[in-house]
Design a protein around this ligand. Structure first.
Ligand code: MN3
Length: 202
């Protein structure tokens, strides 16, 4: 069995003006496709072929850089596309709204903390919102294609929202202005999906 590149849940131009069509086309069609191909090459002929991507990441040998980079890249981008919606953004709805308020005091302080986490990640990486068993939330960031499911990353729980802060995610439209891109992401967050993942993993 091998992993397949998922279709985007919307068209390349659906997230404009926040994320432009060309960036989406290259990011999904080239970068994510590349991680998928290389993940499949890394597991071909091994016992990992029959495992879920979550299990592969949870039990990862962190010295296996091909699997770490491409397994992470595959999973992280799958979550990233689902983290956004043309109809997203605005205040959180549903249960996650209450959980954010109880964990971070308010939506605004959550937004500031998540944005700082994304802005302060030096070089390439990701910002995450994760849920622990029992329902508590944790914010963190990780380098490169690392992911909270991997051992020893320094943050834990199951990711329910992920923001890609690699330059390939924003450079065409925003150049070096990562904070503007982070602000734009908040106009796109798919709170329906965040609620769904919270219920699955809390
Ligand atoms: Mn990316």
């Amino acid at each position: 069995m091998s992993f397949t590149l998922p279709s985007l849940p919307y068209s390349n131009d659906a997230l404009t003006p926040h994320i432009d069509s060309k960036t989406m086309e290259i990011h999904h069609g080239k970068h994510h496709a590349g991680y998928t191909t290389k993940l499949n090459a890394a597991i071909e002929g091994t016992e990992l072929e029959n495992q879920s991507i979550e299990d592969i990441l949870k039990n990862l040998d962190m010295n296996n850089s091909a699997l770490r980079n491409n397994g992470g890249g595959y999973y992280n981008h799958c979550l990233f596309w689902e983290s956004m919606s043309p109809n997203g953004g605005g205040l959180p709805s549903g249960k996650i709204s209450d959980v954010i308020n109880s964990n971070f005091e308010s939506y605004n302080s959550f937004k500031t903390a998540f944005s700082d986490s994304a802005a302060n990640r030096f070089g390439s990486g990701w910002a995450w919102l994760c849920v622990h068993k029992g329902g508590n939330l944790e914010l963190c960031s990780s380098a490169n294609q690392d992911n909270p499911l991997m051992p020893g990353i320094g943050c834990g729980g199951h990711p329910i929202l992920g923001l890609d802060v690699w330059e390939h995610a924003y450079y065409l439209n925003y150049q070096n202005r990562r904070p503007d891109y982070i602000n734009a992401f908040f106009e796109l967050i798919n709170w329906t999906n965040v609620n769904k993942l919270y219920d699955l993993y809390c």
